[in-house]
Design a binder for this molecule. Sequence first.
Ligand SMILES: [Zn+2]
Length: 132
Amino acid sequence: MSDLNALFEAAKSVREKAYAPYSNFLVGAAFRTPDGSVFTGCNVENASYPVSVCAEGGAVSAMIAAGHREIEEAVVVGDAALCTPCGICRQRFAEFGADNLVVHIADLNGIKRSFTLEELLPAAFELEDRKD
Ligand SMILES: [Zn+2]
């Protein structure tokens, strides 16, 4: 199994754990860091909708909690024609994405399109000294 296929399978698997009783729209995300570590997240909804967290947000929290700071490759899986990250998650990628970050967008059958951060969020807001 290729590294990318393993990342897809990790995102697809964690998607099944999503808590989405209001939208029934399950999303899974898997990130690979430069050292090869993989972190996953799924969307978690709330009766108070703004409290909900996207799959990418959960994966960022898991990555940061484990002491990592940089996403080199990401797969987002949703049961949609093209489950691209929302605007907030694009900003998350701007904060933690490696210079060569690629975000792959998949449905349940496989990867459909791949994007660089520049394609997802041109002219992203970034602070010069944000990274340590
Ligand atoms: Zn999002």
